[in-house]
Design a protein around this ligand. Structure first.
Ligand code: ADP
Ligand code: 5GP
Length: 210
């Protein structure tokens, strides 16, 4: 899509996007391309106690910390939300979100359904997107093909996927990741539509309404 040309007016007020979906659905794939395509969109780097995977960078994909350090940050109230997912702790730090939104950027969280419910209940303005697989068999095949987790971890992720998928009706938008090119376009169309809402563009409104 050639949506972001130099005629694109970035919003004055950025958005907090919550992206959720069962592991292996393709969230990371969709999010990575959106981050490189959408101007002024940042990724919320979560803290996690999960071991680092090949190809991941500490401080970029996650902040990899041990469980005592994670629990200390919980006690300090540093997280907007946190949850135990597939036996590891994951949490969204408040500070980078506040900094991004204060500077007019948008920020995107890739979190599980428990975390998404906490953000929804926290009262912060947010736009939530649930990424769906075309079906469970395809999801299982993608997890196996990614080959970054043990067979046991993959089995656990498939089991939990069924529970997570049941919650998709609680989200603002659904994107089915079947054919990847379409899914990228649909995902970015949601982001773009949200960023074009009039309340995010007070200067355009005043320019043409006075
Ligand atoms: P998640 O972040 O939701 O766990 P990933 O983005 O890591 O999922 O995707 C899981 C695997 O599926 C990766 O190997 C990725 O390359 C692959 N994948 C993602 N989307 C598609 C798609 N539409 N078609 C085929 N494979 C895909
Ligand atoms: P993965 O280990 O595959 O990177 O992520 C596993 C799951 O943890 C995914 O569903 C992902 O969305 C979720 N996750 C990642 N970061 C966070 C976070 O900060 N909070 C919560 N609640 N879940 C997260």
């Amino acid at each position: 899509m050639s949506l972001y040309t130099n005629t694109w007016t970035a919003p004055a007020q950025g958005a907090l996007f919550v992206v959720t979906g069962a592991s292996g659905t393709g969230k990371t794939t969709l999010v990575r391309q959106a981050l490189s395509a959408v101007p002024k969109l940042q990724f919320s780097v979560s803290a996690t106690t999960r071991p680092i995977r090949e190809g991941e960078t500490d401080g970029v994909d996650y902040l990899f910390i041990d469980r005592p350090a994670f629990m200390e940050r919980v006690a300090q109230g540093d997280f907007l939300e946190w949850a135990e997912v597939y036996g590891n702790c994951y949490g969204t730090l408040k500070a980078p979100i506040d900094t991004a939104l204060a500077s007019g950027s948008s920020i995107l969280l890739d979190i599980d359904t428990q975390g998404a419910a906490q953000v929804r209940n926290s009262g912060v303005n947010q736009v939530s997107i649930f990424v769906l697989p075309p079906n469970i068999d395809t999801l299982a095949a993608r997890l196996a093909r990614r080959a970054t987790d043990s067979a046991e971890a993959i089995a656990r992720r498939i089991e939990e996927a069924n529970l997570q998928l049941r919650e998709c009706g609680n989200f603002d938008y659904l994107v089915v990741n079947d054919e990847l090119a379409s899914a990228h376009d649909q995902f970015q169309a949601v982001l773009l539509a949200e960023l074009m809402r009039s309340h995010r563009h007070p200067s355009l409104v005043s320019k043409f309404s006075t």
